[in-house]
Every structure is written in structure tokens, then in C-alpha cells.
Write a protein that binds this ligand. Sequence first.
Ligand code: ZN
Length: 283
Amino acid sequence: MSPNFLSSFAVGTAYPTNYNRARLTMSDLTKMIDKAAQTILKSNYVIALVGAGMSVESGIPPFRGPGGLWTKYGEPDGLSFERFLDDPKVWWESYAKQEGYVKELVETIEAAKPNAAHYALTKLEQLGVLKHIISQNVDNLHVRAGSKELSEIHGNMFKLRCIACHQRYEMDEISKDVLPPHCPCGGLVKTDGVMFGEPIPPRVLDRCQEETERCDCMILIGTSGTVYPAAGFPSTAKYRGATLIEVNPYETPFTNICQIVLRAPAAECFPLVVERIKKLKAR
Ligand code: ZN
């Protein structure tokens, strides 16, 4: 690992693929998996907070760090939303052409598939154990894996949203014959993915806050704790007495406040947690 790489990772901007595999021994990990399963099962209201690491395990590069889209194409200047508002017609025309990182992002995400951890979360929801997922990812993989109780805090790049009434639409539900598209309420329609400089839509933010305050167990999967407001949810939950479980191959700013840490890729270890829960439930 180059010193460069280390320093970028230290501030949470990289999500490398050549991670140092679990420092725990296999038997330590098995014990932790059992402990996580027991804890989840005895909790009343379990939610998951999911970050980019989960998508990385599905082959989607992170925005920042080696191989990241911003690294290749340059990080947006924080004015994306302002630019959209300045001239939504021009924005939509350029979006329709799908050039640069938009093209690469769409192609990569369309080719990606939910991984075993996405399916394990769906299974946990179907078992009646997991009550909600707050995902920071825009890639639609939770939906494709079948999860229902989901807040996509940064939106979903395959959906549309009205900036006046905040209603979300499927891509083909709103005509794009005339650009920019409009909502039946008269409001301007944009893609649902939250842009730089755009406030999180109030509906989803309120829901995330309610779920955070309600949970007594929060599972943190692949989230590096650098993007707010989601990065604030674990400490809020902890303050209100929730147990925090971290599933991440890397140490994060949350590690110190988590009671249980599974230091391994989510797709490898989280399905084992759910299998264990199934067995314990069947007893
Ligand atoms: Zn509307």
C-alpha cells in the first residue's frame, strides 16, 4: 500500500479492493457472528444503515479514491443542484446524452447485481426481524434484491422526483418529450439522486430520523461515516440506547462506539449472521 493510499483511506475517501482481510481469526469471527445473531434476535426494532461499501462488493466503484468516478472525471464542484435550477432544460439535454461519468455510472450500475449481503438483508426483513433499511446508495440494488422497507437517503438513480411536492416516480412515469419534465402538480422534475448542494428531500430525511430514534439495534454495513446526515445516525441511535453492530472490512469512525464488530466483507459474513438467526429462531 502506498502512503498516498493510506492517507486517503484515513479520511475515509477510499474504499480499496485490496483490503487486509480480517485481522480476526476465523473462530473469533464465528463467535462474533453468533453474538451478532443473538443480539439482533433479542432486539425489538432492528434497522440497518448501509453505505457505499455494500455497492463496492457488487462491483460498483466508489466515487472517491482509487478507481473512483470522481478521481477519473473530477469531483463535482458542489453546485450541481444550483446548475440544475439555473437551467433545467440544458441539464436534462446533457443528461439525455449520458456522457462522462454519468454514462460510466449508469453502465456500471446496470451491469451490477445485488450481492449476498443485499439478499441477506431481504431475508432478515422477510423473517420479520429487520424493520427498515436506510441506504446511502443510489444503485437500486436493495430494490432488486427484494427489500421493501427502505429509505434511500441519497435517492435512487433509476427514479425521478418532483422538487415541489417531492413525489417520486419511475423513470417512464413522466413524459420527457418536452424538457424539462414536469410533475402533474406543476413542479419541476429531476432525477431522484440527491445532487451536490441539494437538500435531502424532507420526507426521506424525516423517515430516517424516525427510524433512527425508534431502533434498539442498528447494523452498520459498509458505511464509512463521512457523509452527513447519515453519518450522524449511529451516534443518535447509540445515545438513545441502541446496540450498534458494525459489518465492515475496515475500521471506521463508528468502530469505537459499536458493541459488536464483524471485520469482514458484508457479502461474506452477513449471510452467515442471517443463517444463524434463522437457526436460533427455529429452536
Ligand atoms: Zn409535484
